[in-house]
Design a protein around this ligand. Structure first.
Ligand code: GLN
Length: 480
């Protein structure tokens, strides 16, 4: 595998200045990445679609600016991939589902538009679990993604393509989405940086919805600095998403080098209990020791409701999914089952053919927990527990600036290892769903390897809208 760092100008700032100084062109760089995709992606399958002409046309616009000596936008010439749940006008957007085969969205997601306006180059759309439901990318209707570090293993999910593309040097940065862990967990499995921004920090306009109170868009990159740069571009208020926050967007790269001296970092007992792989434990503990040595004060904390997080998440997320996925009926988007005698039969056959097993399971579960007689027992109860989980964090953040945990209980598992056991698969998100339910921000940063050479990620969680401090901790860890 050709790691990203093998390209001299592979950081975002490096690319921009190399183009500005005439040392390379956006076109040359785009062609390097296109050649890598052509050479590597038959083994990895990170991309569902590529459009080389589109990318080269974007690159030509950057090269024109450079030739004229105009100042270059922040992401000038940076090759990106976009998870296939995000829309880019005229490009397919399958969400990893057969039901959206052939659908061409007539509009572009706000986050994607902001990248384009900042000079990014779009190489293509990235593979993912169907409607972002999964932890291994094995639920994609178009076949799984393979982990670049070991092709027999999963890249994590649901943004498996987004993580694998960065890890394999097939994009400098990518966008993914995270509803219960889908950015952080694949970042951990693939050895890259993945950011869960605070709920409301990035507009969800143009994101094909899974669970609207949990869905978030965020970046993957090879370094904390690059991830921080991308978040700074895509964040901000948007009239097209009423839940997007009007808070100003800080410069997320400004304080990266300030170190962790004097910061208070919490370590929650519940995240180091039974079920944690010993190699992950020792890698994370070693990372914590390094941060302590760098001047952070490490404090033991408790997040007492943690054990309720997985069941709470699977009630709320499936309830919202059952409502969101009702729109895929064979009339408005993509697939339509042929030869149905009645409208109702057409709906039924389209949904039967178009949705995969996991999506059907979740629609059924979500419909059940919202139904008369069960709503109070499941859905309302889950909302109450969600509040308790959020309060655990608010209480903890009175004493600490950020929280350190493993991102996932194990390194990347084998393809097929958990695909017959939904509950085992759901437990892969045990450390990530809590922050999703609480709406707080998080980042996964590489923190060592297993003996077999598999990446291990540390999750750093922060207060609402406190991404800058997470990047500061993450950047420090990365350099230790
Ligand atoms: N793996 C979790 C799920 O299957 C989270 C997915 C996500 O964050 N999109 O729901």
């Amino acid at each position: 595998m050709s790691p990203l760092t093998a390209t001299p100008a592979a950081s975002i700032d490096g690319i921009r200045s190399a183009i500005a100084r005439g040392e390379t062109t956006a076109k040359a760089l785009t062609e390097i990445y296109q050649a890598r995709i052509a050479g590597e992606d038959d083994k990895i399958h990170a991309y569902l679609s590529v459009d080389n002409d589109y990318a080269l046309a974007q690159a030509a616009r950057i090269d024109d600016l450079a030739v004229k000596g105009d100042s270059l936008p922040k992401l000038a010439g940076v090759p990106f991939g976009i998870k296939d749940v995000l829309t880019l006008e005229g490009f397919s957007a399958t969400a990893g589902s057969k039901i959206l085969e052939g659908y061409r969205p007539p509009y572009t997601a706000t986050a994607v538009k902001k990248l384009a306006d900042a000079g990014a180059i779009f190489l293509g759309k990235l593979n993912c679990d169907e409607f972002a439901m999964g932890s291994s990318n094995e639920n994609s209707a178009y076949g799984p993604v393979h982990n670049p570090h070991d092709l027999d293993r999963v890249p994590g999910g649901s943004s498996g393509g987004s993580a694998a593309a960065v890890a394999a040097g097939m994009a400098v940065a990518t966008l993914g989405t995270d509803t219960g862990g889908s950015i952080r967990q694949p970042a951990s499995f693939c050895g890259v940086v993945g950011v869960l921004p605070t709920y409301g920090r990035v507009s969800r306009y143009g994101l094909i919805a899974f669970a609207s109170s949990l869905d978030r868009i965020g970046p993957f990159a090879a370094s904390v600095r690059d991830a921080a740069t991308v978040l700074g571009i895509i964040a901000g208020h948007d009239l097209m998403d009423a839940t997007s926050s009007p808070l100003p967007v800080p410069d997320y790269t400004a304080n990266l080098d300030r170190g962790v001296q004097g910061m208070k970092l919490g370590v929650p007992a519940q995240y180091f209990a039974e079920g944690l792989d010993p190699e992950v434990r020792s890698a994370i503990e070693a990372g914590i020791d390094k941060l302590r040595a760098a001047g952070a004060e490490i404090k033991n904390i408790s997040l007492p409701h943690t054990r309720y997080a997985i069941p709470t998440y699977y009630v709320i997320a499936t309830a919202e999914a059952s409502a969101n996925l009702a729109r895929f009926d064979g009339v408005r988007y993509g697939l339509r089952a042929p030869r149905s005698d009645t409208l109702a039969a057409m709906y039924r056959r389209t949904r039967d053919l178009g949705f995969g097993a996991e999506v059907k399971r979740r629609i059924l579960l979500g419909t059940y927990v919202l139904s008369h007689g069960y709503y109070d027992a499941y859905y309302r109860k889950a909302q109450q527990v969600r509040r308790l989980l959020a309060e655990d964090f608010l209480t903890a953040f009175r004493d600490v600036d950020a929280i350190l945990t493993p991102t996932a209980p194990t390194p990347a598992f084998k393809l097929g290892e958990k695909s017959d056991d939904p509950v085992a698969m759901y437990l892969a998100d045990i450390y990530t769903v809590t922050a999703s339910l609480a709406g707080i921000c998080g980042v996964s940063v590489p923190c060592g390897q297993s003996k077999a050479g598999l990446p291990i990620g540390m999750q750093i969680l922060g207060k609402h809208f406190d991404e800058a401090n997470l990047f500061r901790v993450g950047h420090t860890l990365e350099n230790l």
